[in-house]
Design a protein around this ligand. Structure first.
Ligand code: ACM
Length: 657
């Protein structure tokens, strides 16, 4: 029996040194965590106590706990006192350490009580997310789990984010995801304490937000003739009653999603793309384009000529009227206006645009782009909002208070010049990129490669950017472009677990990053994703061995690894030679699998593994398998220009059907 009204002061609990393996699997890792002896056990009698400010978080927490435990945990107000309560989980903004900031919190778990104390609501919410991760992964079950032991280890946590902007962008233009699908993603972002959802609402391939003044934007612009992008039409359900592909959010939908996000302390930042990537809008209102149209919504990728005409004053009325409705729907101070990949030929070939440039003394189309962005920025600022744009808004001079979202560079220079920047470089943040060098085992997608480990190695502050200018880096963000992603299961596969890695990058202290420990915690988080029914990639690679410079030559040599016990049956072994570091890469001539010294399978093709990779995956077809045989893998390779490379060898086994 727990003694009511007795509080075990944590000072009397000896802090114990636990090995990393005993540490709870928290992602992102908190700033400070001290593991203490004992555990708090959640029972049907446990109560949640909340002050007025914390009531919404208390409700969300009770709901989550109820789903998996079946306990109808009562919520009681605790307005005046902020003292821990026996067998209670207290959420409070009282008596807090204000130095934790607007998003920080303290979480104290003793055998007797749990307290989340935070200066502001976001911190209380983040504390509740950490609390859930202290419980067994089954707490994320969507059904009641019988016979579970709902205990959490005693800990003292002090936590706050490293960066203010912890984001994810979803492109709903290339493929439409409905509001429930978006809310499902917001739940996952919240679990990782991410706080900015950048909603890429419009692009060439579809206009997704209802604008009352311009109904054709969604009547025409939200639909295209087919799914396109060589995607199986049956892989998505986003069709209208007339069979056209697409969809849009009504303003009521938008309000609902905005509120859903706000309850989870996520600000939605809408992107209304201009002046390029605007075919869907121009298909509906061709009079605002440079050519007069007609414009057709494309069903394949590319950078298109659908560009607004800045020489037509009515274009600005149109865009301003749209933004006015957007401002009313989104409480976010920041509004993203795109600005990327404008094909300047369209303006070059337009006599009207050339005349405008002459009138305004603009030397080239880059300056016209800058003129356009500044004009929109003036309007955005006049309505108490701030503008964000992609790297290209730097072209021709950056508008004064604009925030640069760096995808192809410019962030460092912009921060050095005193502009706020958000780092989202393609090399680390583009989750449409493939997660394995072995494309044959990955879904149809974009050709570039972004493995989990690379995301985990992302450093948002550019090298060489020093204090105080590093403080202009607001944070980082994952971008999910959906040209090749038409279904939620595929979308989730692309996002998880890479979002686990990004969440840690933008929240946790830089020097706490530890790939091995992250992998340990990730195993548990994958269980949580399974409980939640959220799809994710699972790396099935079996590590076979390594190579070091001492094995190499600049002429062909054979490296060999004993793989006995790792051959599991007949089928395909997809072997990847994975360069890790060193100046010189490896040219690969062939790989072979030997059984008791006899060659059973060979793949000979020219491959290379280094800073750049060229076909480093070798497929070995093993027709039959002997339980007791000795197996070895041989690689015929040479150091290219030198022999200083280090790397590892792994395979994925695809059994014969
Ligand atoms: C972008 O990826 N075009 C911002």
């Amino acid at each position: 029996m727990k003694k009511l009204f007795t509080i075990l002061p944590i000072l009397f609990l000896a802090a114990t040194v636990f090995s990393a393996a005993n540490q709870p699997a928290l992602i992102p890792l908190p700033q400070k965590i001290e593991r203490l002896d004992g555990a708090f056990v959640l029972t049907p009698q446990t109560r949640i106590y909340a002050d007025w400010a914390s009531r919404q978080t208390a409700k969300l927490l009770a709901l989550r706990l109820r789903q998996a435990t079946g306990y109808q945990l009562k919520i009681s107000r605790k307005i005046f006192s902020s003292a821990p309560v026996a067998n209670g989980i207290l959420l409070t903004t009282k008596n807090t350490n204000t130095s934790l900031g607007a998003e920080g919190y303290e979480l104290t778990v003793t055998t007797n009580s749990v307290v989340i104390r935070a200066p502001a609501q976001a911190g209380v919410f983040y504390g509740s997310q950490t609390l859930l991760q202290l419980l067994p992964p089954e707490i994320f079950s969507t059904n009641v789990v019988a016979n579970a032991n709902w205990q959490m280890p005693c800990v003292q946590i002090e936590d706050w984010p490293r960066f203010k902007w912890r984001g994810m962008m979803l492109d709903v233009s290339r493929h439409f995801y409905n509001k429930l699908e978006v809310e499902r993603l917001l739940d996952q972002m919240a679990r990782f304490k991410l706080n900015r959802f950048h909603w890429h609402l419009v692009d060439d391939h579809g206009w997704r937000i209802e604008i009352k003044k311009y109904p054709k934007l969604t009547e025409v612009g939200a639909w295209r003739s087919g799914v396109g992008f060589n995607i199986d039409p049956k892989s998505t359900t986003a069709y209208g009653p007339d069979g056209r592909y697409g969809g849009f959010y009504t303003q009521a939908d938008i309000r609902e999603v905005v509120a859903y996000a706000a309850a989870r302390h996520i600000t939605i930042v809408p992107e209304i793309e201009m002046p390029g990537h605007s075919l869907a809008a121009l298909a509906a209102y061709p009079q605002y384009g440079c050519t007069g149209g007609p414009y057709t919504i494309p069903v394949s990728g590319g950078v298109f000529n659908g560009i607004y005409n800045p020489a037509n004053e009515e274009t600005f009325r149109f865009l301003e009227n749209i933004l006015t409705e957007v401002f009313q729907l989104f409480p976010s101070r920041y509004i993203h206006i795109g600005g990327d990949e404008v094909r300047k030929e369209t303006w070059k070939n337009s006599p009207e645009c050339q005349a405008l440039m002459k009138r305004e003394a603009l030397k080239n189309e880059e300056e016209l782009q800058s003129w356009f962005i500044r004009r929109i920025e003036k309007f955005v600022n006049a309505h108490d909002h701030a503008l964000i744009g992609w790297s290209e808004i730097l072209q021709g001079g950056l508008a004064k208070s604009a925030v640069v979202m760096d995808w192809i560079g410019g962030g460092k220079e912009a921060a050095a010049a005193g502009h706020n920047v958000i780092m989202t470089p393609t090399d680390f943040c583009y989750f449409d990129y493939c997660q394995s060098l072995d494309r044959s085992l990955e879904p149809h997608g974009f050709a570039a490669y972004l493995p989990l480990r690379k995301v985990y190695s992302f450093e948002p502050v550019p090298v060489g950017l020093t204090p105080p200018n590093d403080s202009y880096v607001l944070g980082g963000q994952a971008n999910v472009w959906t040209e090749y992603i038409a279904a939620t299961t595929h979308l989730e596969y692309m996002i998880f677990p890479r979002l686990d890695a990004l969440a840690e990058v933008v929240w946790s202290p830089k020097d706490s990053r530890n790939w091995e420990d992250f992998q340990r915690r990730l195993k548990v988080d994958e269980q949580r994703l399974d409980e939640l029914g959220v799809n994710h990639r699972h790396d099935n690679t079996v590590k076979l061995g390594e190579w070091t410079p001492s094995q190499l030559s600049t002429t062909n040599v054979t490296m060999e690894w004993d793989v006995t016990g790792k051959v599991k049956g007949p089928g395909q072994y997809h072997v990847t030679l994975n360069y890790d570091h060193g100046d010189n890469g490896l040219t690969i001539v062939s790989l072979a699998l030997l059984e008791n010294g006899h060659e059973m399978a060979r793949d000979t093709h020219a491959g290379f593994t280094g800073v750049e990779q060229r076909k480093p995956v070798y497929v070995l077809d093993l027709p039959a398998f002997k339980q007791d045989a000795h197996y070895s893998l041989q690689a015929n390779v040479r150091g290219e220009g030198g022999t200083d490379s280090y790397g590892s060898v792994g395979w994925v086994f695809v059994p014969s059907k």
